[in-house]
Each structure stands twice: as C-alpha cells, then as structure tokens.
Design a protein around this ligand. Structure first.
Ligand code: DHB
Ligand code: FE
Length: 288
C-alpha cells in the first residue's frame, strides 16, 4: 500500500536574531532572557518526544540569502543542503540544514497545479528567519538538526506583501499537497516571524500586546478571521515588520480545522520585538 504523509504538529515562533545570539553565547539564564527561554521549555519537551521525519519551515529571508533587487512573493527550496548565511558577523555556529528534494519537488508540483506559482531555489543560504526557529525547537542540535527541512519563502519585507488571505489559502493547498505525498512520513510545520514589531521609522519600537493576544488566540480557534485582515490593518496593528505574522497562517492552513494547543507563551520584548510561541498537535485527540 502506498504511504501517506501526515502533518503531526505546527509550531509558530518568532525569529528575532538576538534569541539565537543569546543561545549561541550561553545567555539563556541571564535575568533579561530567562523568562523567554523558560516559556519555551514545555514546547521543547513535547517536541523532543514528537520528532517528525521532515519539517517544512515557512519563513522569510531578510536580504541575506537573496538580494533586494529580486524578491519573489513565494518561493520553495529544492536543494539537498542549505548553508547558514553570514549576516555580517560570521555564520551562526549551528549545523547547516539538510534538505528533502523529493518532498520539495512534490510540493512544488502540487502547488503549481493549484495555481500557486512558487519561485524555485535550487540553491539557498538560510538566515535567522529559518535558523532561529530551528533553535527555538532544538536548542542543542549537536552535529545536525533533528530532520531534513523544506524551506518555503514568503515576501514580508517589501511592498506589496501577499495578503493574509492568500497565505491562508496557500497553507490549505500546502496541506493538500502534503497529504497527497505517497510516502509514509510524518511532517512538522513551522510558521515563523512576528509578533508585533517595527524596526525603523517614526514608530520604531512599536509593540501591540492586545493585538498579539488576539492573534495568539485566533491562530488556534479562528484563523479565517485573521486571514480577513488587510495588509494595511496588519501593518497598523502589528507594525511594519509585524506583518511577518502572515507566515503563521500558512502553517495553520496546512493543519486541520480543529487542532489541540499544546503550549503557548508570550514575552516582551526580545530586542525590539514581541516574541511569541504557539505549538499545536494536529492529530485527532485520542479517546480517553
Ligand atoms: C529584529 C526582529 C526581526 O524580525 C528581525 O528580522 C530582525 C531583528 C529585532 O527585534 O531586533
Ligand atoms: Fe524578521
């Protein structure tokens, strides 16, 4: 019998570079950082017991792996290997990322057939947008991350970013694409970025805890309501970089309508940014 691929969990997490730097420099017990990392612990413990065969990381590059003169709205990596980008102070000392070209090509074909015309990255260096979420998941990877990774890229850095609705629809198509992969594999999916933040301009430092609380709740219970927010509403409420949150909707769209929340946590501020984590179990609850 042909196998079936199954999304077993979804992890939403901020990707603030200083979270990676705090880990790389052994500062996770510092008073400024301890509450953030303590808030990760229950998710990390659960994830360590639910290791997937492959992970899909929905993320954005920040002009490190790509140049700003070519910014695809959506992209997918099809390589067997992604090197860690040098963002100006040497690459993070974390493992390079192993790819899964077979799954990448299956997802690409399925998504193009559903009219999502992703740009193909046969080569790609990955920046903090991808490596910090991997570190949030796996603080001590040793020589290798827990499993191969398929990167899916989203333009959240240059106007016009895709709408939240388009991201949610892409996630739903991604879920169908995963389920049509004829291999018996378990999949973890990461939606990354956010939460509210603005790094430059008159509102630099802007954070909106009320909006973030609403988002953390509705990403679980009512993602369609979040998908109805316009680009302008998102930027007004979450800040110009807070629009990164649209990537959480791709993760959520790939999961079942009903999911079980395993853990969530919110921390203020990590660098300039409201940092959040939310972990969902995508498997039907087992009868007690
Ligand atoms: C910060 C946040 C980001 O999302 C990012 O990509 C870079 C920096 C920050 O808060 O420092
Ligand atoms: Fe960012």
């Amino acid at each position: 019998m042909a196998g079936v691929a199954e999304v077993i969990w979804g992890l939403a997490t901020s990707h603030v570079p200083s979270i990676g730097a705090a880990m790389d420099r052994g500062k996770t017990e510092d008073p400024n950082w301890k509450d953030l990392f303590d808030g990760y612990a229950p998710a990390r413990q659960w994830l360590a017991q639910h290791e997937p065969d492959v992970a899909i990381v929905v993320y954005n590059d920040h002009a490190n792996g790509l140049d700003l003169d070519i910014v695809p709205t959506f992209g997918i990596g099809t390589a067997d290997h992604y090197r860690v980008a040098d963002e100006g102070y040497g690459p993070r000392q974390v493992p390079d990322v192993i790819g899964d070209p077979d799954l990448s090509l299956h997802l690409l074909e399925s998504l193009v057939d559903e009219n999502f015309d992703l740009t193909v990255f046969q080569e790609l260096e990955v920046d903090h947008g991808l490596t910090v979420p991997l570190s949030v998941w796996t603080p001590d990877p040793g020589d290798a991350w827990p499993c191969p990774v398929v990167p899916i890229l989203v333009n959240v850095i240059q106007y016009p970013q895709p709408t939240a609705a388009r991201c949610y629809a892409l996630g739903q198509a991604l879920g169908r694409a995963i389920r049509s992969y004829g291999e018996d594999v378990t999949v973890g999916i990461l939606g990354t970025g956010g939460m509210s933040h603005q790094l430059a301009g008159a509102r630099a430092g802007f954070i909106n805890p009320e909006f973030d609380a609403m988002w953390l709740e509705k990403i679980h219970t009512d993602p369609a309501a979040l998908a109805a927010l316009s680009r302008e509403e998102l930027i007004r409420e979450a800040g110009s970089e807070g629009i990164e949150l649209i990537m959480w909707l791709i993760m959520r769209g790939a999961m079942a309508d009903e999911v079980t929340k395993v853990h969530s946590h919110y921390f203020l501020p990590a660098s300039n940014t409201a940092a959040g984590i939310a972990l969902f179990d995508n498997r039907a609850p087992q009868p007690a």
